[in-house]
Design a protein around this ligand. Structure first.
Ligand SMILES: Nc1ncnc2c1ncn2[C@@H]1O[C@H](COP(=O)(O)OP(=O)(O)OP(=O)(O)O)[C@@H](O)[C@H]1O
Length: 252
């Protein structure tokens, strides 16, 4: 589904990604780990075309992703969540989730402004889809609540619901369990596994919480200073001396 070749990104004198390459097969759940500043978010930004690559290639379902304009990314089935939540605080949970599905809507600016019957039908369909995602993620009880004021653990699930409303083929999760209690981390892991199995979505997850990564991922890739230093099954990567050194700063 995804093939990254020799991807390099520089910001002035900083090389955020340095010749990174890997593949992701359809249906896999891949963990992307590495210390702060390793280049994980930059990689996500390249996959969603928020960041230009200096060199390299990204193939996605047979397409050259680097030639795709940023606004077309959602239409290709790539959705992401954000480290610091990208929700609209005054909008209800349902409305936030409907925003995630907006690219499935066909109404243009004029038809939407006139609220023609076709537009109302489309809105009803997006609403029904949003409600289905909310049900799956056990958020029906807060559907009409504004995002502001909800507990952080709930907002993290709303963020996931919004990304799922886009019906993605490839889901990019940026630190989805950061700031959650250990009970909430376990619940989120269960939800994610269920959603992945139900909807057959391919997932790449950036996360510092090792227990979560090791528990949910089929494969783990570790970056350090923009380079890939390890890749393999979670238990192997966890024991890799280069990974231990990257995290602890001393040879294992
Ligand atoms: N827009 C930017 N301008 C300049 N430097 C940047 C920019 N974005 C990222 N960097 C630098 O690129 C490097 C990689 O950053 P990135 O945010 O991708 O790392 P990360 O692995 O996601 O880190 P964290 O775990 O802290 O989120 C860092 O040295 C960072 O300071």
């Amino acid at each position: 589904m995804l093939e990254v070749h020799d991807l390099t990104v520089r910001f002035g004198g900083i090389t955020a990604l340095d010749g990174v390459g890997f593949r992701v097969e359809r249906g896999e759940m891949v963990g992307l780990i590495g210390p702060n500043g390793a280049g994980k978010t930059t990689l996500f930004n390249c996959l969603t075309r928020r960041c230009a690559a200096g060199a390299g290639r990204i193939g996605y379902s047979g397409r050259d992703l680097l030639a795709v304009p940023p606004h077309a990314i959602a239409g290709l089935g790539i959705a992401r969540t954000f480290q610091n939540l990208g929700l609209f605080p005054r909008m209800s949970v349902r409305e936030n989730v409907m925003v995630g599905a907006h690219h499935h809507g066909r109404a243009g600016f004029l038809t939407a402004s006139l609220r023609l019957p076709a537009v109302r039908r489309e809105e009803a369909r997006l609403r029904a889809e949003a409600d289905e995602v909310l049900r799956r993620l056990e958020l029906t009880g807060v559907a009409d609540h504004p995002a502001a004021g909800l507990p952080f653990g709930t907002l993290k699930r709303v963020e996931l619901a919004r990304a799922m409303a886009a019906r993605p083929a490839l889901l990019l999760l940026d630190e989805p369990v950061n700031g959650l209690s250990s009970a909430e981390v376990g619940e989120f892991a269960d939800t994610l596994r269920a959603v992945r199995d139900d909807l057959e979505v391919t997932v790449i997850v950036v996360e510092h919480h090792m227990g979560f990564v090791m528990g949910v991922c089929d494969r783990v890739i570790c970056l350090d200073f923009g380079r890939k230093i390890a890749e393999g099954p979670p238990e192997e990567v966890q024991r890799d001396p280069a990974v231990i050194e990257a995290y602890l700063g001393t040879p294992a």
